[in-house]
Design a binder for this molecule. Structure first.
Ligand code: PLP
Length: 511
């Protein structure tokens, strides 16, 4: 047996083995999972923009105009106009002097942290920070002090212990998620910034799960706390609420110039592809024009939380759109996940190393594009599955509970599907579902959706607020029927996501 096989077996034995699940269709409120229609309750497509017709259209147009790839690092083959335009819009959105795109949030965190701290410096990092922050700390070769989650006394104590004069800026860096990705809690940013000022530390705040979800018009937790301009580096992602792929950093112009010169993932990696950049730009425009999507996400988060609390889960009724159902044991989390899938709800189990051992959980995420009824149904399903497994919902939710002994592991109940049964597809094992399978599955999904009770005003942010529910329902059905193979038919011109006229001026060919 090879050492790789041994390691894989060990992961299996520990209940930590992972596999890629095949889903078909965009990241909408419902997807086909291994050929079966399920409610998607674990996507970061928080505002429903990843599959928005205008965003798709913008990405498609950008591919036609600028091509699919950026060709090289921007320091090698040049910044494309579409990169510059998104950076300008993001800087304006974040009320920041300057902005710099990165390939992904992971790369942005690694690059920024490594650029701002090195051997001889100290990084202070919340114990629940995202893996990309942890990896950035490791790569930097700075001393890393992990402070207890959101514990400002511990942070203060740690900063004091590491000395340094008030004017000793640069030697100390505080890094935190603003909304913690696996827990949905908001960091005490005001206190962090105050401590940073007191101790002469720089601050990096990762707004990956706050942009589009928190703050005035979805501008994030920094704006919500009234701290715009007070944080040294804001990291935001394009792959979550903004529905695309990539990331950005907002800071003052000097800092951005410094990062252009020092952030290795920017220097040594290909720039974000034009379709992803244009898609994010269109998504940002929609967010600015229609901030009620953010309201819808918040009200859906409330519905989900209240419904879970109504089922007896230990979940606070007020809080963010990320809701952890912490069960503790890895296998119990997997069984709960599987039981929910078999009843039509997909909420991925999250296990170590993503979360600490003994705190495995389902990480639920509300999206603006869910209907309240879908979220209530999901809570009922989760409550039913928990009961059927012999779990007490009152013991499930934050904070972490004691690890359950392996021999107490509850068994899975017989599945009682929420959606009408779908024939298991042979394509489960294939890399791609065929077009016919996708259409058949989607048709079943659409008819299941039609037969379900509808909320009076299904989500369609592009409709005027007083639009009739019939129009909204029709639009929703149309959205459900879209497949990844067929781009929406609406003409691009009316909703052109950026100034197409200016961009289409003929570029003279080099001789
Ligand atoms: C807090 C946080 N930061 C950064 C990232 C990485 O972002 P990206 O997916 O764009 O690499 C994630 C991803 O989940 C995250 O949760």
């Amino acid at each position: 047996m090879s050492d790789i096989e041994e390691r894989l077996e060990e992961l299996e034995r520990l209940g930590l083995s992972r596999r890629l699940r095949l889903i078909s269709g965009p990241q909408g409120p419902t997807v086909l999972l291994d050929g079966r229609p399920v409610l998607l309750l674990c996507s970061n497509n928080y505002l429903g923009l990843a599959d928005h017709p205008r965003v798709r259209q913008a990405a498609a147009e950008a591919a036609m105009r600028w091509g699919v790839g950026a060709g090289a690092s921007r320091l090698v083959s040049g910044t494309m106009t579409i990169h510059r335009r998104l950076e300008e819009r993001l800087a304006a959105f974040e009320r920041s002097e300057a902005c710099l795109l990165f390939g992904s949030g992971y790369l942005a965190n690694v690059g920024v942290i490594d650029a701002l701290a090195g051997a001889g410096d100290t990084i202070f990092s919340d114990e629940l920070n995202h893996a990309s922050i942890i990896d950035g700390c490791r790569l930097s070769r700075a001393e890393v002090v992990v402070y207890r989650h959101a514990d400002m006394e511990h942070l203060d104590w740690s900063l004091r212990r590491h000395g340094g004069r008030r004017d000793d800026r640069g030697g100390k860096l505080i890094v935190t998620d603003s909304v913690f990705s696996m827990d949905g809690e908001v960091a005490p940013l005001e206190d962090i910034v105050e401590l940073a000022h007191m101790h002469g530390a720089r601050t990096v705040v990762d707004e990956a799960h706050a942009t589009g979800a928190l703050g005035p018009d979805g501008r994030g937790a920094i704006a919500e706390a009234g701290l715009e301009g007070e944080v040294d580096v804001l990291v935001g992602t394009l792959g979550k609420a903004l529905g695309s792929y990539g990331a950005y950093v907002c800071a003052d112009a000097e800092m951005v110039r410094y990062l252009i010169n020092t952030a290795r993932p920017l220097i040594f990696s290909t720039a974000p592809p034009p379709p992803a950049v244009a898609g994010a730009l269109a998504a940002l425009e929609i967010l600015c024009e229609r901030p009620h999507r953010v309201e819808r996400l918040r009200s859906n988060a409330r519905v989900l939380r209240r419904s879970l609390a109504g089922e007896g889960f230990r979940v606070q009724e007020d809080g963010m759109h990320i809701v952890p159902l912490i069960v503790g044991d890895e296998r119990v989390a997997m069984n709960l996940c599987q039981g929910a899938i078999e009843r039509g709800v997909f909420a991925q189990a999250i296990r170590p190393p993503t979360v600490a051992g003994g705190t495995s959980r389902l990480r639920l995420t509300a999206m603006a594009s869910h209907t309240p009824e879908e979220l209530r149904m999901a809570a009922r399903v989760l409550g039913d599955v928990a009961h059927a497994m012999g779990l007490d919902p009152a013991e499930i939710g934050p904070p972490p509970i004691e690890r359950r002994a392996a021999d107490e592991e509850p068994s899975l109940p017989d599945a009682e599907p929420f959606f009408p049964e779908v024939e298991p597809s042979t394509a489960e094992l294939a890399l791609e579902l065929t077009t016919a399978e996708v259409s058949a599955g989607r048709e079943r999904l659409a008819s299941a959706a039609r037969s379900r009770p509808r909320s009076p005003m299904p989500f369609d942010a592009e409709l005027p607020d007083d639009a009739s529910s019939d129009r909204a329902a029709a639009s929703r059905d149309r959205a459900t029927a879209l497949s990844e193979q067929s781009m929406p038919a609406e003409p691009a011109t009316a909703n052109a996501p950026f100034d197409f006229e200016r961009e289409t001026a003929a570029v003279p060919r080099a001789a």
